[in-house]
Design a protein around this ligand. Structure first.
Ligand code: PGA
Length: 251
């Protein structure tokens, strides 16, 4: 299995920095891993041009449910495509928290993105409070049921909110347990397609923990925030993924 490594740049990167980061990622990209970068919308076209013809694909960090119209400040799926994106992240916990995005809105966005031919990464994950209360599976189960259309064939990212940008990660046993639970929910919700959905882990992934996390069953790669802004760190995580892909039976 080839692992997927997605770098979410969030609201970081003016043109010069974004161009330098994209060039460094393209130069150091190992062939045995699938790499994606998600720059801010303002530099999407620039980054897509730099990465054209390389194995690194580009995506947007969000899109609107509508194709066009009176939505000041928003970006549609077709605009992302037009700018050179082939992917989009939807339902990130920062969007859910800061922009009040519900599961229902996330599902509409997935449909809008797929209709434009974009590949999707849908994010789910519990808060610290949910985990303290032992409700993480319940919360993630509801998010999966509500956020994914029944014909979903994209990528799912499990990102515990308390692990994002904090340097804290769940234990390997906790990640394994949650990814196993998610696989079961995907089978139940999506039938045979649920078997094929790649499940990424996200939340404080860095060079020192990436290999161990990605070697766990049902972990198909990583969604990386902070460490994706440092080319050397992102590429180190990509090489860890490539090493796992090389080592796995059947490649
Ligand atoms: P982090 O962010 O790697 O900085 O924790 C991950 C994410 O929010 O996708």
């Amino acid at each position: 299995m080839r692992h997927l490594i997605a770098g979410n740049w969030k609201m970081n990167g003016l043109a010069a920095e974004a161009a330098a980061l994209a060039e460094a990622v393209a130069q150091g990209c190992p062939v045995e891993a699938d790499l994606l970068v998600f720059p801010p919308a303002t530099v999407l076209t620039l980054v897509a041009r730099i990465l054209a013809g390389t194995p690194v694909a580009v995506g947007g960090q969000d899109c609107h449910t509508d194709g066009s119209g009176a939505h000041t400040g928003d970006v549609s799926a077709s605009m992302l495509r037009d700018a050179g994106a082939t992917w989009v992240i939807l339902g990130h916990s920062e969007r859910r928290a800061e922009h009040h995005e519900t599961d229902d809105i996330v599902r509409q966005k997935v449909n809008a993105a797929v209709a434009c031919g974009l590949n999707t990464i849908v994010c789910v994950g519990e808060t610290a409070e949910h985990r303290r209360e032992g409700r993480q599976a319940e919360i993630v189960g509801w998010q999966i049921a509500g956020s994914l259309p029944k014909d979903f064939t994209g990528v799912l990212a499990y990102e515990p909110v308390w692990a994002i940008g904090t340097g804290r990660t769940p234990t390997e046993a906790e990640v394994e347990e949650m990814h196993g639970f998610i696989r079961g929910e995907l089978r139940r919700e999506l039938g045979v397609n649920g078997e094929k959905v790649c499940i990424l882990y996200g939340g404080s992934v860095k060079p020192s923990n990436a290999a161990a996390l990605m070697a766990l069953p049902d972990v198909g790669g990583a969604l990386v925030g902070g460490a994706s802004l440092v080319a050397a760190d992102f590429l180190s995580i990509a090489r860890a993924a490539a090493a796992l892909s090389n080592g796995s039976a059947g490649g």
